[in-house]
Ligand binder design. Structure first.
Ligand code: UDP
Length: 454
């Protein structure tokens, strides 16, 4: 048999592209040929953001297919994006595979698809190609999705995924409590978006059954109860997070790596790192409270302010803010986050609790301040604060705003709490062990590689 040739396809969002590209990079180091399929829109962004030093491994072919949307349409509208890709991309993917197989001696031998693009597993089945599904988020979230039929039966949600009442549930006694109003499909966009996302969740629940492997960006030790509910889900999360230090490939925005030199100049364990992932948007009032909160901590901070983070395009900082914090505050458009979290100057991570950010913070032993915004971020906060106890959440005032005083108080409380830091360091060990020989991420990944090569 020739060299295995794996086609890898993410859901077209930053938090999905990064971990599955890391998986692709791990495959390449095991002499596997990889074709990585972005949407045309994201492919352009990735190529524009890629610097020479971050060249993607020579054996990864970065290719693209259309997502079915016009160039000016809003890809942050997840309902629109999801329905468009479901309609257009299966046909385009099939054509792409036919083209590759027609022109290349090394035909595609396996497809690894993000679980959120379950239609790619359907294409693989139709074309009789072996397949694996990749879940980029918490196993608990996948367990929630797979529990949809049972939750409908139990009357927790109706046939459209809408919670029948506002209540707290636990899928099993040791799993984090989940509010039904914070089910991932119930706290994304407007009602139309929620309906689309729920339909896709139920479709993906079926298509994931077509996969020979279901690989998850997490680990047993962090989520034992979730993995025991669905024992066929195999964790490799820490392996991916640890792989991230090498490369910044896959970013949608060019990274500003000068912040690493700035971090070099800060005292050890002093800097508040503030980042909200790729989607979160702030209104001006909240943005200004955050800025003032960071200012009044009197501590050094590194804050990722994406070009599209504020609602309005004008300069949203409080008047004179930049001058006042110039000696101890640094704002960047996009940071090499994994390297930042691995830097000895970083003391804590003020995060929106996206799953990748959660895994990256944990793998580096960094305590969290949690500021969830939508989708699975509330569940992830619950893990961080209530289950692993490695972070603190914020309280809003009566108008739903997190005020500067609250930010200052929680920073102080977190940084003075030695037990939180000690637990964070313990979990860092857990993650590191999982990647070493004999660890579960290491073993699962090696078994997967063996399978790919047979
Ligand atoms: N990220 C980064 N630089 C930044 C902000 C984020 O490299 O300035 C990366 C981060 O390391 C993570 C990903 O972007 O891997 C964001 O994924 P996550 O699941 O945390 O959040 P999402 O963007 O999906 O909400």
């Amino acid at each position: 048999m020739g060299k295995p040739h794996v086609l890898v396809i993410p859901y077209p969002a930053q938090g999905h592209v990064i971990p599955i590209l890391e998986l692709a990079q791990c495959l390449v180091t095991h002499s596997i040929e990889v074709t990585f399929v972005n949407t045309e829109f994201n492919h352009k962004r990735v190529m524009n953001a890629l610097s020479d030093k971050d060249k993607v491994g020579g054996h990864i072919h970065l290719v693209s297919i259309p997502d079915g949307m016009e160039s000016w349409e809003d890809r942050n509208d997840l309902g629109k994006l999801t329905s468009s890709i479901c309609q257009v991309m299966p046909g385009k993917l099939e054509e792409l595979i036919e083209r590759i197989n027609g022109s290349n001696d090394n035909k595609v031998t396996c497809i690894i698809a993000d679980e959120s693009v379950g239609w790619a597993l359907e294409v693989a089945e139709k074309m009789q190609i072996r397949r694996a599904a990749f879940w980029p988020a918490a196993a608990a979230l996948l367990a929630l999705a797979l529990s949809v039929p049972k939750m409908i039966e139990d009357g927790i949600i109706n046939n459209h995924g809408i919670p029948t009442k506002d209540q707290i549930i636990r899928l099993s006694p040791t799993m984090p409590a989940m509010s039904t109003t914070q089910f991932v499909w119930a706290c994304i966009g407007d009602l139309t978006t929620q309906k689309i996302i729920f339909e896709v969740v139920t479709r993906n629940n079926k298509s994931v059954g077509l996969a020979d492997w279901l690989i998850c960006n997490s680990t047993y030790e962090l989520e034992p109860a979730a993995f025991s509910l669905f024992p066929n889900i195999l964790p490799i999360g820490p392996l991916l997070a640890s792989n991230r230090l090498g490369s910044s490939a896959g970013y949608f925005w060019p990274e500003d790596s000068t912040c690493l030199e700035w971090l070099d100049q800060q005292p050890a364990n002093s800097v508040i790192y503030v980042a909200f992932g790729s989607f979160t948007v702030f209104d001006n009032i909240q943005f200004q409270q955050l800025a003032s909160g960071l200012e009044c901590t009197n501590r050094p901070f590194l804050w990722v302010v994406r070009p599209d983070i504020a609602d309005e395009n004008n300069d949203a900082y409080p008047e004179g803010f930049k001058e006042r914090v110039a000696t101890r505050g640094r704002m960047v458009g996009w940071a090499p986050q994994q390297k930042v979290l691995n830097h000895p100057s970083v003391a804590c991570f003020l995060s929106h609790c996206g799953w990748n950010s959660t895994m990256e913070g944990l793998s580096n032993g960094i305590p969290f301040l949690c500021w969830p915004y939508f989708a699975d971020q509330f569940l992830n906060q619950s893990y961080i604060c209530d289950v692993w106890k490695v972070g603190l959440g914020f309280n809003c005032d009566e108008s739903g705003i997190i005020k500067q005083g609250e930010i200052k108080d929680k920073v102080e409380q977190l940084l003075n709490d030695k037990t939180i830091k000690a637990r964070a360091l313990d979990l860092k060990e857990v993650a590191a062990k999982s990647v070493k020989e004999g660890g579960c991420s290491h073993n699962n990944f090696n078994n997967f590689i063996e399978w790919l090569k047979t």
